[in-house]
Design a protein around this ligand. Sequence first.
Ligand code: NAD
Length: 486
Amino acid sequence: MTTPATPTTSWEYAPAPESTKVEIKSQYGLFIDGTFREPRSGRSIATINPANEAHLSQISEADAADVNLAVVAARRALKSWRRAPALERAKYLYRIARRIQERARELAVLETMDNGKPIRESRDEDIPLAAAHFFHHAGWCDKLRWASPTADGSAPEPIGVCGQIIPWNFPLLMAAWKIAPALACGNTVVLKPAETTSLTALRLAEILQEVDLPPGVVNIITGAGETGRDLVAHDDVDKIAFTGSTDVGRAIASVTAGTKKRLTLELGGKSPNIIFADAAIDQAVEGVVSAIWVNQGQVCCAGSRLLVEESIADEVIEKLRLRMRSLRVGDPLDKNTDVGAINSRSQLERIEGYIRDGIAEGAQRHEVSNATLPAKGFWCNPCFFTGVQPAHKIAREEIFGPVLAVMTFRTPDEAVARANNTMYGLSAGIWTSRGSKAYEIARQIKAGVIWCNTFNQFDAAAPFGGYRESGFGREGGRSGLSAYLA
Ligand code: NAD
């Protein structure tokens, strides 16, 4: 009889790296009026792989003259695009969605190389959801009069030329969230991706060429904050849709105030994830993992404050510690990887600063110990803090990294008070086996999106957006269309 192997808590997996055979040009121009062109500025920015610091490409840096060219092209294209039959617009959106599906592997690999997120997430979440947004909005094109009824029953009018600025955490997905509803409603677009993650937006530009989208309907201009500022300040832009940090959102709001520009802001968050004693605890612990460690915690709606009912706190913390230990941190292109690289050195330094603050304020840090982190690249082990006070910096400020602050509560009222004790209001999670309690708590929480017994679930038909300092306006579903209709 053979002796059974001793159970072990660490399993070795055979590496399962995704092939990196995707074409990346050494230099990308700006996508204006249907073609790639050299920037007038003559400047470019390096884009690197945050998992190994390898140089991937040079992207152009648009200056005010380049921004103007893109806006002029969008204005010219608007004349015919807004009058195009609804089904004609839908045809293009369907084509884009299908092409994203057909090129999904390539887009997923590119996203992972440029952003640092695990291939499992870019392959199974980001890219399919990006395609879903185009499919969903294709279906709306000829139904806008029901989405937003007008007095005489005619189809509602688009706003016009939309300047759209997006961050680096979900690069292609954010581009899809912005472009799809704008086009469905008959607007034209000038999109500025984030400077560290422009490659999939530029690949999307190639897809727009492949599907013969009329020139100028979508223009993609790359560059850093200065390019975004030029776009916001341009006189001939009718609407700004911004997703990014609350500080930049505030600056944009002050520039657009007093002008005729429409504005929607999708900003930061510090979302509560509340576990009641009557919850299914193992399921809730899994929910904590997807709330804070997906995409290395670089998620605006991450459940970064865990509120646990005091009577089950020890059990939840112990289970969370065990579960955290099983996370595989490392090469984002390996299909076994759960937690990849932080997007940039500056973001890593920001996260490390918060971790130091948490320790200095007296909270206890529990972290996954992984001795095999790659030598190069930007890495941060997932961790959580116990002994956190509501006044601590790690409980108040958005960290935008894999760092969780755990606090406890005694009564439902205290849970609500602690959940709402924030300047933000983007999302929340409630874990309970009682539907009436979930409803009662959700009613009192000030957040744009509330999940019950799950977290970080997205659907093109479900509106997403914030409250308070997390911004205003919705993206997705019928509510998201109103942000693009006059
Ligand atoms: P960021 O605000 O620094 O940058 C976002 C984008 O704005 C980038 O494209 C950047 O180049 C551009 N930008 C920078 N300064 C600008 C200016 N003065 N004028 C115009 N554009 C400017 O944010 P980030 O660090 O890229 O992203 C992280 C932040 O985004 C986090 O706070 C996160 O919560 C937030 N976010 C929110 C949502 C949401 O839907 N609410 C989604 C994703 C990310």
